[in-house]
Design a protein around this ligand. Structure first.
Ligand SMILES: [Fe+2]
Ligand SMILES: [Fe+2]
Length: 296
């Protein structure tokens, strides 16, 4: 792709308004069309195979390759890819199916980007576990969606911080920038899907769904506590506590309060370009704002 084409694709992925004018009721068919079209129309068609990985000087290379995030990053994308695809297979609605396919394909592409990078810089990786097909496809989709809402929020701030301090060299920031924005699109899509799905469920199925959502949150909290302790379900050492202790691990001199401010600012910046009638993911930012009130 030419430089102009790349710039145009980048602009397209960040700015989008739905074609249908007027108010849109959450849970309606028009709402479904809005969030499905958003993810489809803003897709950036970059090809991981042609990314040129910049040569890094010895210090930078060491810093990047010794970051404890690569195993978990590869595995997270691997799980996400499988979970989204499994759920997609249960969906008959053509537009929703197309949108979910796009979402899952982008997760698959994230994994390719990461493996190309790992290969280019000789980053040592732990062998990948076998990814399990979720027995309940909807559960897998909800787990992926909500965990992205948590992880992407923190990743936005950490990424910005690593960019500002030069911890990540500019060329690498540029390479990963579209991936970050893709995660923003994914959580925007997910937040709207949840709101739409809830509303269109018959009343008698809603309690079971809300219960499932609560179980998902408990699972995610439990998973993150395990992660923070450095252990996964099998008792193996993991490095997934990155979103929690990431600012220390990448050696940034950043107070938690400053990190939260950065996350909040980046979150609204990344969500800013999309149709205002789409709901924004609000739970994690709200918690961050709440926590922020108790900090200086
Ligand atoms: Fe991803
Ligand atoms: Fe994602």
């Amino acid at each position: 792709m030419s430089h102009d084409a790349v710039a145009a694709a980048d602009h397209t992925m960040r700015h989008w308004d739905g074609g249908e004018p007027g108010r849109i009721r959450i849970g309606s068919d028009a709402h479904k069309r809005l969030f499905c079209r958003m993810i489809l129309d803003t897709h950036n068609p970059y090809k991981p195979a042609v990314i040129e990985w910049p040569a890094l000087d010895a210090d930078t290379l060491h810093r990047i390759t010794s970051l404890p995030i690569w195993d978990i990053a590869v595995q997270t994308e691997g799980k996400a890819k499988l979970r989204v695809a499994t759920y997609t297979n249960t969906i008959a609605d053509p537009l929703l199916r197309e949108a979910l396919t796009m979402d899952g394909d982008e997760e698959a592409r994230h994994k390719v980007v990461l493996s190309k990078m790992v290969e280019a810089y000789g980053i040592p990786l732990a062998p990948e576990p076998e990814y399990e097909v979720p027995k309940d496809p909807e559960w897998g989709w909800l787990v992926t969606g909500y965990s992205e809402c948590i992880d992407s929020f923190f990743a936005f701030g950490l990424f910005e911080s690593a960019k500002r301090t030069g911890y990540f060299p500019a060329e690498l920031v540029e390479t990963f920038e579209p991936v970050m924005q893709e995660e923003a699109r994914h959580i925007l899509f997910f937040a709207n899907w949840v709101a739409w799905y809830r509303r269109q469920l018959p009343w008698w199925r809603r309690p079971a769904f809300e219960l499932k959502v609560m179980r998902v949150w408990l699972f995610l909290i439990w998973e993150r506590i395990g992660i923070a302790k450095g252990l996964d379900n099998n008792g193996e050492m993991q490095d997934a506590n990155f979103t929690i202790t990431g600012h220390q691990q990448i050696g940034l001199d950043l107070k938690i309060s400053e990190l939260l401010d950065l996350c909040l600012a980046q979150d609204s910046f990344r969500m800013g370009g999309y149709d205002e009638r789409l709901l924004r993911p609000t739970f994690v930012p709200r918690m961050a704002r709440l926590a922020r009130r108790f900090m200086r």
